[in-house]
Write a protein that binds this ligand. Structure first.
Ligand code: PMP
Length: 342
């Protein structure tokens, strides 16, 4: 048997992307439009950010910024670090990830398991402080001659979705998608996918951003919210020029604010009623999609990105005590605790 006879990927990197669409069979409104989730938690690193990580590294290889055996640096507390760790391990790069000290121990351990170096820095310092995550990452890259991935301003981030996520959704729906919903972190997902779907449909597809209540992307005042990895909380007066270049503001037709409670309870419902264990940013996006679907007809077709799995958040959104502590479980009668149910 030769290698070509084996029905297999050449490496884990080929398993990035090509995620399924899954119809929400139980929580979608009966009379409205069908809703399909793009199951990004099924990527090898467990999130949509594997796509951006691979795309950014390949682009840096092509441009010569990253040489064989070179050093990749990024400041991130989350999924992009894991995506980069997978790509770095498989392609033989050194990786340093700068994380804020509020990051969970699990996240640090995952990065280290892939062989990444983790540098912990205080999270509660202003952007201008040299110890700030992005400042420190930049300095480490400069001093080591490394390459800073810089997902917030790297065009290869939205490009990953223009070349991957968008065409996949178009093919999977046979061009029938009418509405696309996604959260906005760096903006890569919504900008790349949304732009592709608009181009492919001659402008017919509507693109809806799902944003935590208070985030400035949907016109909020930048006050704090719970949902992680999406939204932007800088003061609107000063935030404009700090908005990521990966976010193309002309792409979404509208950006809807969704409250923490609705996001979290939607994520919990998806686990219990659809068997989909997802992060809170998926809850935000699906909540916006369900609201939208209720205003549409069965001839419409809504696709919503669910970026990562709920496994990373078991001790928060899926922990009744944690939720009660913040008042998110009040008045929820149909959610018995283990003790009540027993
Ligand atoms: N949800 C989760 C869990 C994420 O990690 C991210 C990436 N920050 C997003 C949503 C937003 O994706 P994007 O950066 O492409 O806007």
């Amino acid at each position: 048997m030769t290698e070509t006879d084996v029905d297999a990927f050449d490496s884990v990197l080929e398993a990035i992307g090509g995620t399924p669409l899954i119809r929400l069979a139980r929580v979608a409104p009966e009379a409205g439009a069908p809703v399909y989730v793009k199951a990004e938690f099924l990527n090898p690193g467990g999130s949509v950010k594997d796509r951006a990580a691979l795309s950014m590294v390949l682009a840096a290889e092509r441009s010569g910024e990253l040489k064989p055996g070179g050093h990749i640096v990024e400041g991130t507390s989350g999924n992009t670090g894991i995506g980069l760790a997978i790509v770095a391990a498989q392609r033989g790069y050194r990786l340093t990830v700068v994380v804020p000290d509020k990051s969970s121990r699990e996240k640090t351990l995952i990065l280290q398991a892939y062989g990444a170096e983790v540098v912990v820095t205080p999270g509660a310092v202003p952007r201008e402080d040299p110890a700030h995550v992005s400042q420190l990452a930049r300095r480490i890259a400069e001093e080591s001659g490394g390459w800073l991935a810089n997902q917030y301003d790297n065009p290869a981030n939205p490009a990953a979705h223009h070349e991957g996520t968008g065409p996949e959704i178009w093919r999977q729906t046979r061009g029938r998608v009418t509405h696309f919903v996604a959260g906005i972190g760096t903006g890569g997902t919504i900008s790349g996918t949304g732009a592709y779907l608009k181009e492919a449909s001659d402008g017919r597809v509507r693109v809806i951003g799902a944003d935590p209540d208070h985030s400035v992307y949907s016109g909020g005042d930048g006050s704090p919210y719970f949902v992680e990895s999406i939204g932007h909380y800088l003061h609107p007066d000063t935030a404009e020029d700090l908005w990521p270049e990966s976010y193309h503001r002309g792409v979404p037709d509208v950006v809807e604010p969704i409250g923490d409670r609705e996001s979290i309870l939607t994520a919990r419902r998806l686990a219990r009623e659809e068997g989909l264990l997802l992060g809170a940013s998926a809850g935000t996006a699906v909540a916006a999609a369900l609201r939208l679907a209720a205003t549409l007809t069965p001839d419409d077709l809504v696709v919503v990105v669910v970026p990562d799995s709920g496994r990373s958040y078991l001790s928060k959104y899926y922990d009744d005590e944690w939720l009660r502590g913040f008042g998110f479980l009040e008045d929820v009668e149909d959610e018995p605790t283990v003790a009540e149910a027993a």
